[in-house]
Design a protein around this ligand. Structure first.
Ligand SMILES: [Zn+2]
Length: 425
């Protein structure tokens, strides 16, 4: 009964809109059948957004997360907090245990320091779900995500960006699996003990390739992740590292937050052969909404960025991320000046990456990641509260609800399931 009256009111609204339109011939008014209206209701972006599980595979957190300095249960300046997720209809997110890479060529590799950072971030995510159990719950399986979504709560998953804190062995992979880590990135910026990065640290004396892809320990890592039911994440990995890991993995792999070279030339983006390899492997490429990967920076913008870093005394990414939330915030704010030079990437630019990835890899192998609070954010999707805008753009481009369900999380959950099934074997 309730549904019927909703249909009638929309029918009336549509008819009156048509009647108001000067160009609409009178006959069109008659042609509005209830069937037409039902189709119109089904493709409303709001309805689609409501119906599907929206899963963002990359949300960073500061080192002060879940302290008085940054409590996501309150109003915050962060791009993602619980209220912004609720308002934006963002149902699930991978929160990230990120560790910046330090120089692997140093005689004294700082594994212990890296481990401490990873422990701090894991403890904060754990505290988040324990502090706000009525609003968010830790998901360890695809079924968990669906169950939690049904209950009306947000689902928190854990991803580890950079396997560096594992140290000189892969012995602790099962421990991280037990704690709930469901993907692990092989490398970050700069090579590590597991393989070549997409972005070598030339300032540290690194050449393009240290191993020609995965190191011997990196091959052990892929096997250990497969065994533990943790998804292998090839974002930030060098091209050869990525191709080798994809070929070696006995189960599908993911690129948790990457764009495509076909739209924007960036070392962090995937080329068409990589997209095809991911599709063949059954994996998924999660398109990242980080401005300079969505739309490559112009030389003038690159110079602006370098100047900001010099001015703030940052020589490395590590220095930035260790400088504390206030300075990090100041840094990202200062970077916004780049977009006075050339416009920032917007939702349409971002959807171009999705279109291209779908064209090359297929609708079953594409997903979405914001990289919020880690440099991500574009005009129109600048924080989690604006998540509906992505669905709006996808509907506008003709993606069906089934397509959007896959892109917004269905594909990722399929891979998670396959990886966990593979581990059980
Ligand atoms: Zn990243």
């Amino acid at each position: 009964m309730k549904r019927f009256s909703k249909r009638i009111s929309i029918l009336a609204l549509t008819a009156s809109v048509l009647a108001l339109s000067a160009c609409a011939p009178a006959v069109e008014k008659e042609a509005v059948s209830e069937a037409t209206v039902e189709v119109a209701v089904a493709v409303t972006p709001e309805a689609v957004h409501q119906a599907v599980i929206t899963l963002d595979t990359h949300v960073d957190i500061p080192l002060t997360y879940m302290t008085d300095a940054m409590d996501p249960g309150t109003d915050t300046d962060a791009q993602v907090d619980l209220a912004k997720m609720e308002v934006g209809g963002l149902d699930a997110a991978f929160f990230i245990v990120y560790t910046p890479q330090t120089n692997i060529l140093d005689a004294d590799i700082k594994y212990a320091e890296a481990r401490e950072i990873a422990e701090t971030r894991f403890a904060a995510i754990d505290k988040l779900t324990k502090t706000y159990p009525e609003r968010i719950e830790l998901a360890k399986t695809a079924d968990d995500v669906r169950r939690i979504h049904k209950s009306g709560k947000r689902a928190a998953l854990i991803g580890m960006e950079n396997a560096f804190p594992l140290g000189a062995s892969v012995d602790d992979v099962p421990l991280w699996a037990e704690r709930g880590v469901r993907y692990m990135g092989i490398t970050h910026m700069g090579h590590n003990q597991f393989g070549d990065s997409s972005n070598p640290k030339t300032a540290w004396g690194e050449t393009d390739s240290m191993y020609g892809g995965l190191s011997p320990l990196g091959k052990d890592l892929v096997a250990a992740l497969n065994k533990a039911g943790i998804m292998v994440d090839v974002s930030h990995a060098g091209r050869e590292t990525m191709m080798q890991a994809t070929a070696l993995s006995s189960v599908p792999v993911i690129a948790s937050h990457s764009g495509v070279m076909g739209v924007a030339d960036s070392l962090r983006n995937l080329d068409d052969a990589q997209l095809r390899a991911l599709a063949e492997n059954g994996g998924v490429a999660q398109m990242v909404a980080l401005g300079s990967y969505v739309k490559a920076l112009s030389p003038a913008q690159e110079k602006f960025k370098a100047d900001v870093r010099t001015e703030m005394g940052f020589e490395t990414d590590t220095q930035i991320f260790k400088s504390g939330p206030e300075k990090i915030g100041k840094y990202f704010k200062a970077l916004e000046g780049m977009y006075d030079i050339d416009a920032k990437a917007n939702v349409a630019d971002f959807a171009d990456h999705i279109d291209h990835a779908v064209k090359i890899a297929g609708i079953d192998h594409v997903g979405i990641a914001s990289d919020f609070d880690g440099g991500g954010g574009i005009t129109g999707w600048s924080d989690a509260s604006e998540t509906l805008n992505i669905t709006k753009e996808l509907v506008k481009r003709g993606y069906s609800q089934t397509d959007i369900e896959k892109i917004w999380g269905g594909n990722l959950l399929r891979v998670l399931q396959a990886v966990q099934d593979g581990a059980d074997k």
